[in-house]
Design a protein around this ligand. Sequence first.
Ligand code: NDP
Length: 336
Amino acid sequence: NRRIVLAARPRGVPAPTDFRLEQGPVPAPQEGQVLLRTEWLSLDPYMRNLMEEVGPGYADPMPLGATMVGGTVSRIVESRHPRFKAGELVVANAGWQDYGISDGSDLMPAGDLEQPSLALGGLGMPGFTAYVGLLDIGEPKPGETVVIGAATGAVGAVAGQIAKLKGARVVGIAGGPDKCRYAVEELGFDACLDHRDPQFAQRLAAACADGIDVYVESIGGAVFDAVHPLLNLNARVPVCGFIAHYNEKTATGPDRLPGWMATLLAKRIRMQGFIILDHYATRFDAFRRDMLAWHAAGKVKLREDIVDGLENAPAAFIGLQQGRNFGKLVVRVAGE
Ligand code: NDP
């Protein structure tokens, strides 16, 4: 069993030496457990936060030497659990390793998908994040302007396409001309701006001539600085994440908080953070039903960025921190 463990707590963007590939025996399931073979591993921004101690309310940090956590699509190879059979494909949390053990409590059927890894992307956790963040917190109305950060990523691409389905005008923000072109030409966004463009703030203002009604926040930093002066009265800001700060936690430059607080108050803005794990019991079934239908009808396109081989997961994860992924980042660990 190959596994990738947390070798050191990163300082800034993770380095290859923060990870270590180890070999060990394939674990044996006890009574009530299943043995899982990882076929697909999901790489997600939240894992960066678990690599070190980040404030309260979030998940516990991974201990040094522990297997990196991660969602997987896994094949049950041996079952000593009454509810599961060998051969079944499930969504699991086996982490960055070839084999894992589960007591079944965290397993969901992967469904009968032509591309099983979609259960880790648009049809799974990130797509669900887009659905809850946009619809339940953002509440877009036809004709409103919705702005989406990390627009071609796992969450952003889905959020933007759902906003279009709901009749909103959608402006994306992405890193580089290729991603921006893709957002407009393939995903159907009305516009997409490159956040690395020196004229970004002016171009965003021009693209949002009627202001911004919903901003799906994933980035923070300079992008948020450009967005917040454009927010309209009663705007909604679902806070999915703030990836620009995951690797640099110390603020630099002047204190911009008073300016933001003034906008928040005067514009009666509703800004709401959320953690998607809280919503599975109440909203996952509705999401799955809607998303499967939209995807089957070609109304929501799901792009994946597939990396081959568990040993390549650290480099791919480091790339995710720098925008090198183009679409939902998944690792093919085994299988075709
Ligand atoms: P993505 O597939 O969007 O990949 C991350 C993207 O973030 C990169 O491709 C890059 O896109 C952008 N990015 C990375 N670093 C920076 C930076 N310094 N400045 C600006 N942009 C940057 O990831 P996900 O869709 O999986 O996640 C998107 C966000 O949603 C994250 O903030 C994540 O933490 C959050 N999230 C929150 C959940 C919750 O429960 N609240 C659940 C799932 C995700 P580009 O090249 O376009 O800049």
